[in-house]
Design a protein around this ligand. Structure first.
Ligand code: NAI
Length: 342
């Protein structure tokens, strides 16, 4: 059986890391039927639309997309493609596992944290306007429906995956109504999951606590903006943005993408590290039920990380994006005779 997947390579380093990821995923033997589409500024100059309607129809059909980073202009121009896709397909849960890869030196070994971020509202609802010249207003939307939905997602994941603890992250001491509602929804959901310890921490304290001792947390659930900031902070525990995968999940569709941006400073130079998008591809394989292939690639990836010279330059290696991909594929071939470890 072949999996139909919408493929959005993105721009900047997007096409390079996507090509490397696709090569590795295909080398696992899993069959894919990719439907590739351009989005963003490139798509606009060709088709007059930032997200061509054919791309949206493809996601509606395939229900699964693998996406590279897309450049978003700052302070003007078109609004974020990522935010638009998450809202259009109700991809309400942004799921980011934070785990170390062996042999990447970091300040904190053996981190194993899960961040669940509400993806559709909060300050990213996109409701901004100029009240009078010199005064702008940005609205933060928190609803009972979306807060309950994200809390249920987090607790269900915890129950299915034997996670022990969930902290809801908030600023309800200041935003008493909006973050207060978010917390009430989390508390209500928590009552149905007595086996999972539930806690609440204020977001600024959480940043300090994370840096002091990330091991005190297991899973964190929070609204959109806090999730955006804290997930990048946590990426630093495992080597930075080049390592962290993410999944945007809804009830119908799922989009898998790296956490990092389009890195215009290194685009087109075969320098980008494809690890984050590859790890997002591994989450996609699990979503598709291809657990053996996911494990096979993960084992090969971890083996490559034992050889510093095979790594990309951002982690002190000498390889380009394509050579790195080749090393992972070579490891998969070497390991294909050996049984995969879980
Ligand atoms: P960035 O993540 O593109 O770059 C930050 C730094 O990390 C740069 O020095 C870059 O070279 C490095 N870096 C990032 N990914 C790397 C990789 N895979 N391998 C090696 N080095 C890597 O963040 P920045 O500069 O804030 O954003 C650039 C553009 O990307 C902006 O237009 C932003 O809006 C967009 N962006 C898109 C995202 C998405 O599509 N999911 C997510 C974040 C930003």
């Amino acid at each position: 059986m072949s999996h139909k997947i919408t493929l959005i390579p993105g721009d900047g380093i997007g096409p390079e890391v996507t090509q490397a990821t696709v090569r590795i995923l295909e080398a696992s033997g899993v069959k894919f039927d990719w439907e590739p589409f351009q989005v963003g500024a490139d798509a606009f100059s060709k088709y007059g639309e930032y997200i061509p309607k054919e791309a949206l129809e493809s996601i509606e059909r395939t229900k699964v997309a693998l996406k590279g980073p897309v450049t978003t202009p700052v302070g003007g121009g078109f609004s974020s493609i990522n935010v638009a896709l998450r809202q259009k397909f109700e991809l309400y849960a942004n799921f980011r596992p934070i785990r170390n890869l062996p042999h990447i030196p970091t300040r904190y070994p053996d981190v194993d944290l899960i961040i669940v971020r509400e993806n559709t509202e909060g300050l990213y609802a996109g409701l901004e306007h100029e009240v009078v010249p010199g005064v702008v207003e940005s609205l933060k939307i928190i609803t009972e429906k979306a807060s309950t939905r994200i809390a249920k997602f987090a607790f269900n994941y915890a129950r299915k995956n034997q996670r022990k603890k969930i902290h809801a992250i908030h600023k309800a001491n200041i935003m008493k109504l909006s973050d207060g509602l978010f917390l009430r929804c989390c508390r209500n959901v928590a009552k149905d999951y007595q086996e999972i310890t539930y806690g609440e921490h204020i977001v600024d304290n959480t940043c300090m606590q994370l840096v002091m001792n990330p091991y005190q947390y297991d899973m964190l659930v929070m609204e959109n903006l806090y999730g955006d900031i804290i997930s990048d902070l946590c990426a630093a525990f495992v080597g930075g943005l080049g390592f962290v995968p993410s999944a945007n999940l809804g009830d119908e569709c799922a989009i898998f993408e790296a956490v990092h941006g389009s890195a215009p400073d290194i685009a087109g130079k075969n320098l980008a590290n494809p690890t984050a998008l590859l790890r997002s591809g591994l989450l996609m394989l699990r979503h598709l039920g291809e657990n053996d292939a996911s494990t096979q690639i993960r084992n090969a990836l971890e083996k490559v990380y034992r050889h510093p010279e095979k790594l990309t330059r951002d982690v002190g290696g000498k390889s380009g994006t394509s050579e790195f991909a080749e090393s992972v594929i070579e490891e998969m071939r070497n390991n294909s005779a050996a049984p995969a470890t879980a």
